[in-house]
Design a protein. Structure first.
Length: 118
């Protein structure tokens, strides 16, 4: 038995989305993932990630709940390539590349997210 009742690790983060199917398709396209897996309970989609997970959730969506600041960042090995890729996908980019290291963007629901070079 583990002596710690709470582990020092993050299991998943929830992102509020207005349309679960549209959000699933967008995130899978941006992350170049197959659109598979089921939508659970008509409002949840688990994005297949390495490490900490992402769950899209239309039940928690409201304009007040969208992320005004990035709650996490997605990793990249090449920030310039990631920036150009997001531009080519017509993603709304909200900052330029900062410190040659990161930039912010919005998903279709207006959630502010970040990509950062590791």
């Amino acid at each position: 038995m583990n002596s710690k009742p709470i582990l020092n690790e993050i299991g998943t983060t929830f992102i509020p989305v207005s349309d679960i199917e549209r959000a699933r398709d967008w995130y899978c396209e941006i992350l170049e993932l197959p659109v598979d897996g089921e939508i659970l309970f008509s409002h949840l989609y688990i994005v297949p990630m390495k490490g900490t997970g992402i769950v899209l959730d239309s039940k928690i969506y409201s304009e007040e709940n969208i992320y005004k600041r990035p709650p996490f960042h997605l990793n990249t090995d090449n920030i310039e390539q990631a920036y150009q890729y997001m531009k080519s996908k017509n993603v709304e980019i909200t900052t330029k590349i900062e410190n040659n290291h990161w930039f912010n963007f919005k998903d279709p629901d207006g959630n502010h997210l970040m990509i950062c070079q590791c």
